[in-house]
Write a protein that binds this ligand. Structure first.
Ligand code: FAD
Length: 232
């Protein structure tokens, strides 16, 4: 695949849903995520109702609440889409031509070019995870939050709010809290998903608005409809 029509950074609930819908409509989509082991990985088992026909609905099995099994079903569905390229890399910055975004740089080295870039990075911008007295740079249990992209966005002038989420203790995992940054509401246009400071750049999911898995999936579908309209 050459340059993608749409490159989505972050294969969480929102980014995966948008990528899946766009690819099924014939759009060439890149879905870049920092770990293939955490594609669409929930903190706790998702609970229906879900948007009808969504990837979230297809990956959900009421008979099997195991988090990694849900993740594996979602990843399998994404990988089966012909127009969708799911791959592992960590985005460190935006590639710019003037004020237009033309791709992303990656920690691994190769730049990734695209006509449009969507940031769907969830709770990973400048994130700190706290378990009891221990604090580390992570956006989810066992998943590091690297500083590069956040620092790059700050240097470009983007403004952020601090947010916090909590995961209760379960029989197999300790309870913990995550403090992270979300784009300031004035940076984002809800109707078009645009991060207005730059052209061809969009924000999606928890990094622009709060909500549960079903809302993230709904937002992914809404972004896909919007981009399909823009792409004609
Ligand atoms: P995520 O699902 O977090 O996906 C973001 C993805 O981006 C991750 O896979 C990450 O690896 C990737 N990424 C990040 N930075 C980069 C980078 N630079 N390069 C490449 N990839 C990158 N909602 C519920 O309905 N139920 C819950 O139990 C629940 N618990 C929550 C607990 C916490 C602590 C928080 C913060 C939120 C919780 N939510 C919950 C709310 C929300 O629905 C979830 O956070 C949801 O996962 C957000 O979806 P998302 O797609 O925006 O981000």
């Amino acid at each position: 695949m050459g340059a993608y029509q749409v490159l989505i950074v972050g294969a969480g609930f929102a980014g995966s849903e948008a990528a899946y819908r766009l690819a099924r409509e014939g759009v060439r989509v890149g879905l870049l995520t920092q770990s293939l082991d955490s594609v669409m990985m929930p903190f706790l088992p998702p609970k229906p109702p879900f948007p009808p026909g969504s990837l979230l609905e297809r990956a959900y099995d009421p008979a099997d609440p195991r988090l990694w099994a849900f993740h594996a079903r979602a990843k399998y569905l994404l990988e089966a889409e012909r127009n969708l390229h799911l791959f592992q890399a960590t985005a460190t910055g935006l590639l710019l031509e003037g004020s237009r975004v033309v791709g992303v740089s990656t920690w691994e080295g190769p730049p990734v070019e695209a006509e449009r870039v969507v940031l769907a990075v969830g709770s990973f911008l400048g994130a700190r995870l706290r378990i009891g007295e221990v604090e580390e740079e992570a956006g989810r249990l066992s998943e590091a939050s690297y500083p590069d992209l956040f620092q790059h966005l700050l240097a470009l002038g983007f403004r952020f709010l601090e947010r916090e989420g909590e995961v209760p203790e379960t029989p197999t995992t300790p309870g913990y809290r995550v403090r992270y940054h979300a784009f300031h509401p004035e940076e984002w246009e809800a109707a078009t998903f645009r991060l207005k400071r730059l052209e061809r750049l969009y924000g999606l999911g928890l990094c622009v608005r709060e909500g549960d898995y079903a809302l993230m999936s709904q937002e992914g579908l809404r972004l896909a409809e919007h981009l399909l309209h823009e792409l004609g």
